[in-house]
Write a protein that binds this ligand. Structure first.
Ligand SMILES: Nc1nc2c(ncn2[C@@H]2O[C@H](COP(=O)(O)OP(=O)(O)OP(=O)(O)O)[C@@H](O)[C@H]2O)c(=O)[nH]1
Ligand SMILES: [Mg+2]
Length: 214
């Protein structure tokens, strides 16, 4: 029947906000704590995700005290020596398996996308169901955003092996091994996946934030 799902809506997933990178293009330090419109990127991401997710956790290394204002669990990357967003995804999946054992899915997003869509989880789940895929990835303007994705928690076993044994670092290279759904968002009036990599991007985000309704 049109407009009706064959299954009950999946419960809101836990989400991991990736903030464990070196932010080299930003000049180093914590990109997540850089300001846009008087608020940190992290605060803006939390605002976008809180109503869509069961619990939020932050993927970051070093002293967690610098994130104390946000009242989130802070999860360090595994110490096996691999780096990159997949290390944060794996740490997140392991954390979810331990702390949310009933959860089947986990959302990942970067900490530097301040305008994430409010229907991110709903549309990723729908894409996964419609396209009969294991992983759902966000896209805009015909480009996928590999770290903005819905992951099955059970994939952590394969992911650990891919990182340790196969030396896989690129998110795309790993997810390409599985049936993968894409959910595309419109870029008008603005790309919801705008991400801030450089100080110039922060200045651009200021302008975009002023046009946002909230
Ligand atoms: N947990 C974790 N997250 C990472 C790691 N590397 C990148 N990320 C996160 O993945 C997301 C996308 O990465 P980038 O936009 O390249 O961020 P970045 O690596 O900090 O920035 P650059 O050094 O300028 O490339 C960001 O939210 C990063 O914080 C990592 O080694 N561990
Ligand atoms: Mg990087």
């Amino acid at each position: 029947m049109f407009g009706r799902r064959s299954m009950a809506d999946p419960p809101a997933p836990p989400a991991i906000i990736l903030a464990g990178g070196l932010a080299q293009r930003m000049g180093g330090g914590d990109k997540a704590l850089r300001m846009v419109g008087g608020r940190t990127l992290l605060a803006l991401v939390i605002d976008r995700l809180a109503s869509q997710c069961d619990i939020l956790a932050l993927s970051a290394n070093g002293d967690p005290a610098r994130f104390a204002d946000y009242d989130l669990p802070v999860i360090a990357d595994p110490v096996d020596g691999f780096r990159g967003p997949l290390a944060g995804v794996l740490a997140g999946l392991d954390w979810v398996a331990e702390h949310r054992p009933a959860a089947r899915w986990m959302l990942s997003t970067p900490a530097d996308c301040p305008f994430l869509p409010r229907d991110l989880v709903a549309r990723l789940h729908q894409a996964r169901i419609d396209q009969q895929a294991d992983i759902a990835v966000a896209a805009s303007a015909g480009r996928s955003h590999p770290v903005i994705a819905l992951w099955p928690v059970g994939l952590r076993i394969d992911l650990r092996r891919a990182l340790l044994a196969d030396d896989i670092r690129k998110v795309d290279r790993f997810t390409a091994r599985y049936p993968r759904a894409m959910a595309e968002w419109p870029v008008e009036p603005a790309d919801p996946f705008f991400n801030a990599n450089t100080p110039q991007d922060l200045a651009e985000a200021e302008g975009l934030a002023m046009r946002e309704p909230d």
